[in-house]
Design a protein around this ligand. Structure first.
Ligand SMILES: [Zn+2]
Length: 251
């Protein structure tokens, strides 16, 4: 099995972004459940790579040493949550430098692919801004957008974006993990879901409309064939073979 990777932007994906830049460890604050999302991906065998523009270094708002301290805090919090960040690529340059690394250019993604001998076509790059999507696309990776960044309003007014969009990193990671379920477990097996009670499911599948209200015994879901799912404490997630991921709230 080749190594599996998920590429993440940092500001607005893992931590709360600031228009004034994140200049010190104290200013680096995780977005709710982002550390748990990283931990879940790691526990499912993914290696996490962070790819981030840090022009604040070029602007002399903070030093390389400050950035190292910020990343040490991030690593420590991720580790404490049960995850690990494999590597952090950052571009310290000013937008005017015209370097090859600053997103929307693909330089950092291409450097990662070279360093790790990874196939970019097979992996997701999760970002919160248009330039993340552009860098991911330019590198041949699969972009995912999350709505936790500052750029989101601009992005949502670009309806031509035909990419998966999720509320946050936690939901995006659920999507990635549900894809893994399809690959690794095409037949539904019993999973422990004793804390889940009843759900309603509406879906259109193989020319048939399903409305199922069921307690989570999995007997009902067998009739749905190749639908695969995962769950967390609040939501049940179904991945339909031809469509995207659907999230169903408890009813
Ligand atoms: Zn650069």
């Amino acid at each position: 099995m080749p190594d599996k990777y998920v590429l993440l932007d940092r500001d607005g994906v893992i931590n709360i972004d600031s228009g004034d830049f994140i200049k010190s460890p104290d200013e680096w604050l995780p977005i709710a459940n982002s550390l748990e999302a990283i931990a879940q991906l790691c526990q499912a065998g993914y290696k996490i790579i962070v790819i981030t523009n840090q022009s604040g270094v070029g602007r002399k708002l903070y030093s390389d040493a400050d950035l190292t301290a910020i990343h040490l805090k991030m690593q420590q919090l991720v580790n404490a949550s049960g995850g690990k960040i494999e590597h952090i690529y950052y571009c310290p340059h000013l937008p005017t430098t015209e370097c090859h690394c600053r997103k929307p250019k693909a330089g950092m993604l291409l450097q990662f692919a070279k360093d790790y001998k990874a196939d970019l076509n097979a992996l997701y790059f999760i970002g919160d801004s248009l330039r993340d999507l552009q860098a991911g696309t330019a590198a041949g990776a699969k972009p995912i957008l999350v709505k936790t960044g500052n750029d989101i309003k601009t992005l949502m007014t670009n309806p031509e974006l035909e990419i998966p969009i999720f509320e946050n990193l936690y939901d995006a990671s659920k999507f990635i993990l549900s894809e893994q379920l399809i690959i690794n477990a095409p037949k539904i097996r019993t999973i422990n879901a004793s804390h889940i009670n009843r759900y309603c499911l509406f879906c259109y599948f193989n020319d048939t409309f399903f409305h199922i209200s069921f307690s989570f015994t999995l007997q009902a879901s067998r009739s749905l064939g190749a639908i695969c799912f995962s769950h967390d404490q609040a939501n049940l997630w179904f991945k339909l073979p031809s469509n995207g991921l659907r999230k169903f709230k408890q009813c």
